[in-house]
Design a protein around this ligand. Structure first.
Ligand SMILES: C[S@@+](CC[C@H](N)C(=O)[O-])C[C@H]1O[C@@H](n2cnc3c(N)ncnc32)[C@H](O)[C@@H]1O
Length: 251
């Protein structure tokens, strides 16, 4: 099943246009040393809305202490994005560490009740050697930023159920200003929230990537259970919000 039909997009012309854009990218005639600056030619509003959403989120966290934790990194576009926002808005804040948690090999387990065409064991896998490649890319990016001598990100590879308890035990001082939930799975999200709660403070921001998603209901249910539902004020950003993303501020 193609990525597009997985997302339920069936409009033939739209799918064709997406494919054409990808072809234009592959066949691009831009001088290689100018290509990175011209990437907006191939990005669409769908891509950019995600970035704008996180830009609005970043503005909310800037006057607060604490690190950023993303649960569900995949290829790493948002780890790079958080790093860009940090460099733009608070270039010398090396306490704003960005942590990325992922197996870096796709869904490790999907409970029977959650399995469907979007959620399958091993779904969202990565290409061979990608973890090391991503590390290298992020380290290179850091060299372009202020305080390159301080490593201000960490990728934590493995099932969060295995990695998070030790990580938090080793870093009992670490508070999180932002927890980005994008594992798509109920049990893993519930596990993260149960453990990370004591590292949150009044004002921490939680992003829920799949709010009310009928095929990824577990993420919403886990949030409601762990934050006794009716007490959280879930919000979105009118006009720029992507379909399913929302956030709330811990009280
Ligand atoms: C939707 S993707 C993340 C996408 C990323 N935030 C982005 O926008 O590009 C979900 C990720 O969660 C990871 N994941 C799911 N369950 C996990 C678990 N129990 N432990 C660690 N990673 C998990 C998968 O490997 C996958 O890369």
């Amino acid at each position: 099943m193609s990525k597009r039909s997985q997302r339920g997009i069936s409009n033939v012309e739209y799918v064709q246009a997406e494919e054409d854009l990808f072809r234009h990218y592959k066949d691009n005639k831009i001088f290689p040393d100018e290509l990175l600056e011209q990437m907006n030619l191939f990005a669409t509003a769908q891509h950019k809305r995600r970035e704008l959403f996180l830009y609005e989120i970043y503005k909310l966290l800037i006057d607060k202490p604490g690190a950023i934790a993303q649960f569900g990194v995949r290829w790493g576009r948002e780890i790079a994005l958080f790093e860009m926002y940090r460099t733009i808005f608070e270039p010398f804040n090396h306490s704003r560490i960005i942590y990325g948690f992922d197996t870096f090999s796709g869904y490790p387990t999907v409970s029977k009740t959650e399995q469907n065409e979007l959620l399958k064991m091993g779904g969202l896998g990565l290409s061979k050697g990608y973890f090391d490649y991503l590390l290298e890319v992020l380290r290179t990016r850091e060299k372009l930023n202020p305080l390159p001598q301080v490593e201000k990100f960490e990728l934590i590879r493995g099932k969060v159920e295995d990695t998070l308890p030790k990580f938090l035990n080793d870093k009992q001082h670490q508070l999180f200003v932002l927890v980005h939930l994008d594992l798509n799975l109920g049990n893993a999200t519930r596990f993260v929230l149960k453990h990370i709660k004591k590292h949150l403070f009044k004002g921490s921001i939680i992003v829920v990537d799949e709010t009310c998603h009928p095929k990824m209901a577990g993420e919403t249910l886990a949030v409601l259970e762990e934050f006794s539902g009716h007490k959280i004020a879930l919000k979105r950003f009118p006009s720029i919000n992507t379909t399913w993303q929302s956030y709330f501020i811990v009280e």
